[in-house]
Design a binder for this molecule. Sequence first.
Ligand SMILES: C[S@@+](CC[C@H](N)C(=O)[O-])C[C@H]1O[C@@H](n2cnc3c(N)ncnc32)[C@H](O)[C@@H]1O
Length: 369
Amino acid sequence: MPARSGTAPGSGTGTAAWYRHFGTVDAPGSSPCYADWSVHIAEDPELIARIDEWPYNKRQPLLMLAAARFLGAEISPYREFRAFLDAHWAEVSGIVLSRATQTNEVGRCATLLPSLAGIAAAEGRPLALIEVGASAGLALFPDRYSYEFDDGGTVTRVGPAGFGGPTRVTVSGEPPPVPGRPLAGSRPEPPVLHCRTAGPVPLPDSLPEVVWRAGIDLNPLDVRNTDNVAWLEALIWPEQEFRRARLRRAVAVAREEPPLLVAGDLNEQLPALAARAPADAALVVFHSAVMGYLSAGGRARFRTTMQGLTHSRGCHWLSNEGETVIIQEDGSAVVPEMDAERLRGNFLLQHNGRPVAITGPHGQSLEWL
Ligand SMILES: C[S@@+](CC[C@H](N)C(=O)[O-])C[C@H]1O[C@@H](n2cnc3c(N)ncnc32)[C@H](O)[C@@H]1O
């Protein structure tokens, strides 16, 4: 669980406040259903008492709601959802206690792609990728997905050769439908990742070559395990069917050649894994939506490890994290020149500690700085 999400800021403390905050601040823009359910849960002392029987880090709204969805809860009025919980409470508890929020958002590849391609071009060699906090490792396949970057007037497509013709196509106005034919050699059809752009985004002409990919996670999810994939689908907000569709396509791509995923703490595992990367490739260590799970000490240790790797190995470090990681314990900001308001609800993408873009948390937007 992200360290910061323990108490809803400004709305009191405790589980009811947590659900109220989730239902009134976090959910409304993405899921009217979750917003409605969470607000009702906050007003339901009997249910709150049951949730409070779980360990503190298991009480978070998204975990409980995803557990219910995993078990089949459909979008419905709260009364029906409450009846579902009553009928399935023991199973909901079982899922909550055995699973964690590990959303693997493949859309984030769109916001990483320009940086990855830029690194490969500057280094003049292919990439070796390590993702820390990789979940199922779906972001380790940026070279296998298709992209549509839309600056409001022009749509630029970049994709694997063999999918939809040339590697890069620029289309003005309404984009034509993405071709639905399979890749040459009957490879699965890749997800198409749409991303709104602003500013001078260095869009690549082609996808970078990736010769090695590996991830680290406390609990790696194997894409070949159907329960794991069902859990990843349940973690997506109910109304966001487009995210489930692209997740399924990404899973099909990853299943062809499942990535090497090391189980363990990123601080413990990273040095040894980095030593396994091929020396003739440009090593990139990246992460999205992970640092919030670490204590301030864990983040400081990670920064030191990364600074060491960038010096000793010439490794590149891409950090794509939310505002809470930017604000430090003492209240100071990692990027003092950045207006906190501009970041609110967004992620900051940094390359070797230098801010390069403000990104949508699910990869839906990329504003180059
Ligand atoms: C919200 S998910 C993000 C997954 C992926 N980075 C993405 O963008 O789709 C965060 C992941 O970080 C992992 N994680 C949290 N703390 C970790 C740690 N100390 N070491 C390794 N993995 C960790 C969790 O298990 C989870 O799978």
